[in-house]
Design a protein. Structure first.
Length: 454
């Protein structure tokens, strides 16, 4: 009999069951057998439904984003308007608020999680060893969570992206099953591996080849302008926006103090700074691209990404105890280093004016996976699902047995089990339909001017 195990936490309430014949407040024992509960659910022919949260989706979106910088917030709202998948990317708070109380998926083992796992949060990057890797690349919402949270977030994204990419319904569900089978098989093997360029396939192989062949000079020429022998960031109002002088001064003062504590202070000498426009979910929060001296001007400068760290949306909705991090930047970097095979170059948690930030070498957004490249060839998408399933499993295995996450043996056991996969797909299908409905409501409000400039 397989029973769930979570990190000890006297504050954690036993989850409630979801079937209709269980009264609100009735509790599932902490050692409830998941296999039996899943069999009961299947016999009833019912899937879990989302929690009832006060307020319309439009009201909740406005409330969540009310403290954002207006200029970049307008970019976020426009990107959310572009498609249901774009909307989903920008509303991870809705996903976590909507999560059903007492979900059977919360009985899956506790693992270190990205916190916002979706199709476009995988990508390529260069690590300190200057080798290229393909892995999970976003850990802003990283948390210790039941394994079902990240899996369901990801599978829901596949269903929504499938509709945008004009993939048939049956083919999309088949893709989610490939992902889950690959994930389970990699867990069952019990060994954390990583994607290497010689063995990579399809679109992942293309991405790794592209980043390997791209020189730093090419990236610099694309993002900066050369004035004599000095570079300045190109402010194109698409990737970058001008920075107020007072902010420039604060970042300059921070970099001067921080660089003095590094082994090579001259490397981090600040040459220029601009506000960075990237992603969807975090748009509107402070984020900057920094041009630093690096290994020498003008052609060996480095570009850095400096991004504010805030509370994990997922962790804020969990009853599972989290470690006592010093701040959210410490959390993000610690979990990222645990889960990735090798982390991006120059990754550090820092404090800027007492606010936590993460600094690392800039990774261009084009190095994220672009699924539009599938070109109508379903086999290309199948290969992606296969490798992503492995990557998620490897990340959980790599970080197992750390500050509350279950040990490797329990993940191997999960990989051998059946039943939970159907629960993941069933809830994801339900939730994707809810996202479609919320997206239509958002579009009406956006087109009516409720979110400012169109």
């Amino acid at each position: 009999m397989w029973r769930t195990r979570h990190a000890p936490d006297a504050r954690r309430q036993s989850p409630t069951t979801q079937p209709d014949d269980v009264e609100a407040g009735d509790m599932v024992p902490p050692e409830a057998d998941l296999d039996e509960l899943l069999e009961e659910r299947e016999a009833m022919g019912k899937a879990e439904v989302s929690a009832e949260v006060p307020g319309s989706p439009v009201e909740r979106i406005k409330r969540y984003n009310e403290d954002r910088e207006p200029e970049r917030l307008q970019v976020k709202y426009a990107r959310m308007r572009s498609s249901a998948f774009g909307f989903y990317r920008g509303t991870s708070h809705l996903f976590n608020e909507d999560w059903p109380s007492g979900s059977l998926l919360d009985l899956l083992p506790a693992v270190w999680s990205s916190g916002d796992l979706h199709l476009e949060n995988f990508g390529t990057y260069k690590a300190d060893n200057r080798l290229a890797y393909f892995d999970i690349v976003d850990f802003d919402d990283a948390a210790l969570a039941p394994a079902g949270r990240d899996l369901t977030r990801f599978v829901s994204s596949v269903i929504l992206a499938g509709r945008d990419l004009k993939v048939g319904g049956r083919e999309t569900i088949a893709l989610t099953q490939i992902f889950l089978r690959s994930y389970a098989a990699a867990l069952h093997e019990g060994k954390a591996r990583w994607v290497e360029r010689p063995t990579a396939r399809g679109m992942v192989k293309d991405l790794l080849a592209e980043i390997k062949s791209r020189s730093r000079r090419e990236l610099l020429d694309n993002r900066t302008e050369l004035h004599g022998r000095a570079r300045r960031l190109r402010v194109d109002l698409k990737h970058t926006l001008p920075v107020p002088e007072v902010v420039r001064g604060r970042i300059g003062a921070f970099m001067k103090k921080w660089a003095a504590r590094q082994a090579d202070p001259e490397f981090f000498q600040l040459l220029d700074v601009a506000r960075r426009v990237a992603g969807v979910s975090s748009l509107g929060r402070p984020r900057f691209v920094l041009l630093v001296e690096g290994n020498g001007s003008p052609h060996r400068n480095f570009l850095l990404d400096l991004k504010i760290s805030v509370e994990s949306v997922m962790a804020s909705r969990l009853q599972l105890a989290q470690p006592g991090w010093k701040n959210h930047a410490e959390r993000i970097v610690a979990v990222q280093k645990r889960m990735q095979s090798v982390s991006p170059a120059l990754l550090h948690p820092v404090l800027v004016n007492r606010h936590p930030y993460v600094i690392q070498e800039l990774q261009p957004t084009r190095d994220r996976l672009n699924l539009s490249r599938w070109d109508g060839k379903i086999r290309r998408l199948e290969k992606i699902m296969d490798v992503m399933g492995e990557i998620v499993a490897w990340a959980q295995l790599r970080s197992s047995g750390r500050e509350g996450s279950v040990i490797t043996d329990e993940l191997i056991d999960l990989g051998k089990r059946d039943g939970w996969q159907n629960e993941v797909v069933a809830y994801s299908r339900f939730y994707a339909s809810r996202v479609e409905s919320d997206y239509k409501e958002y579009c009406r409000a956006y087109d009516a001017g409720e979110f400012g400039e169109k």
